[in-house]
Ligand binder design. Structure first.
Ligand code: FEO
Length: 398
């Protein structure tokens, strides 16, 4: 027996599925709390399905569509975003409703063919600002290229003030009973939303800024994203957070991410953290890169003003796990940060040189002091760490 249909409003249903089996989103970002793939079904004068779900959940999803539609046909399928976590069930939907008209933009059409070899003659191609008349509802489409993929778009139901926002305003985590923002405690779930934003959308923050600015001119009462919750009580909450993350707004705080094999670099990190606390920095988070997945470190440092990277040397280079973090930070285009570096080596250096190169390539503001210890740190290194803490504290307080 299925769960009672979840109504967003008359003739509009939530059709999300929870994925607690997949370990990694895009096969690289951990999902300890799972993820939800949301779809919506309009059942007014015309019927219209808004996106689908990942193929692994398509049977469950298609059953829900059938249960809601009963003997009605499906008139439209809108594809806001073709990434397979939302398009995986399209072939099954087409098998079941071969007459359905697929709605997307020009890029959607070619990508639908690339991914599924579907080139439907009844494809309805929409451009930015075009509308789709569903009788008792009208959808207006806005292209939001690169948030998250080139074909990404959103749709807006002006009469009912609903935004179907695809990936924008989404987050990691399943919908555990609570589907709507007034049924959950967002403060508990917020870090998984920030991790989703910084890991998945962060790289495209410039485009996200533009998209959010444009959408903010709309009168929005309900946001229906394809991940996370339906925002019907306080949609401004998620809009504010997304705006903050997309504009690289930072607060006073320091993230120290270090790589250490035998504890020498870790000791340096501990001393630095203590000196920062003595300088009055209260918001300090420290991570061993070999233990904490980069996904969390990226999320944590995104809205803290300072990032300190410390690494031991491995084969005359920065430690490989730290190198992975550096590559991901470069890929996500971290900005507006003070980045300081320190490290250690056994017989010839390498790690600090690589870390300094990362700072230079990213054009980050940095501290004058860089600390590089040979073997175990000595008194001079300790004094230098104390000096580095002073410089960081000054910079983040200014
Ligand atoms: Fe949720 Fe970009 O797919």
């Amino acid at each position: 027996m299925g769960i009672e249909s979840i109504k967003v409003q008359d003739n509009l249903y939530y059709l999300g599925v929870n994925d607690r089996q997949t370990e990694f989103f895009e096969n690289m970002w951990p999902l300890p709390y799972g993820v939800a793939y949301n779809s919506y079904l309009i059942t007014g004068e015309k019927t219209c399905l808004m996106d689908t779900v990942k193929v692994s959940k398509s049977d469950e999803f298609v059953n829900s569509v059938k249960n809601l539609l009963k003997d009605r046909k499906l008139d439209y399928l809108v594809i806001h975003h073709i990434e397979p976590d939302h398009s995986g069930a399209i072939p099954q939907i087409l098998d079941l409703y071969p007459e359905v008209k697929i709605v997307g933009n020009k890029k959607t059409r070619s990508m639908l063919n690339d991914y599924y070899e579907i080139d439907s003659e009844s494809f309805v191609e929409v451009k930015d600002g075009d509308t789709l008349d569903l009788g008792d509802r009208k959808l207006t489409f806005y292209l939001t290229a690169m948030v998250h993929w080139p074909e990404s778009m959103v749709s807006y139901d002006e009469e009912n003030k609903i935004l179907f926002s695809q990936d924008i305003f989404g987050g990691f985590g399943t919908c555990d009973g609570g589907i709507f923002d007034d049924e959950i405690n967002y403060e508990v779930r917020r870090s998984e939303f920030r991790r989703y934003y910084t890991n998945i959308v962060g790289k495209y923050s410039q485009m996200a800024q533009r998209a959010i600015a444009r959408l903010s001119s709309l009168d929005i009462k309900i946001i229906c994203p394809v991940h996370g919750f339906v925002w019907r009580k306080h949609p401004s909450k998620i809009v504010e957070d997304y705006t903050k993350w997309a504009t690289y707004e930072v607060e006073e705080g320091v993230v120290i991410a270090y790589a250490s094999m035998y504890g020498n670099t870790e000791t340096m990190a501990d001393h630095l953290a203590r000196y920062l606390a003595q300088e009055g920095v209260k918001n300090i988070e420290m991570y061993d890169v070999s233990k904490t997945h980069s996904s969390y470190i990226i999320s944590s440092c995104w809205d803290k003003k300072a990032l300190v990277l410390g690494s031991c040397t491995y084969n005359n280079k920065v430690y490989p796990v730290m190198d992975n973090l550096l590559n991901l930070l470069k890929m996500q285009k971290l900005k507006n940060h003070v980045v300081s570096v320190f490290g250690s080596f056994g017989w010839s250096g390498g790690s600090v040189k690589d870390l300094k190169q990362f700072v230079e390539d990213g054009n980050f503001e940095t501290t004058e002091t860089v600390v590089e210890a040979k073997g175990r740190m000595k008194e001079d290194d300790d004094l230098a760490l104390k000096q580095m803490a002073k410089e960081i504290a000054q910079k983040i307080k200014n």
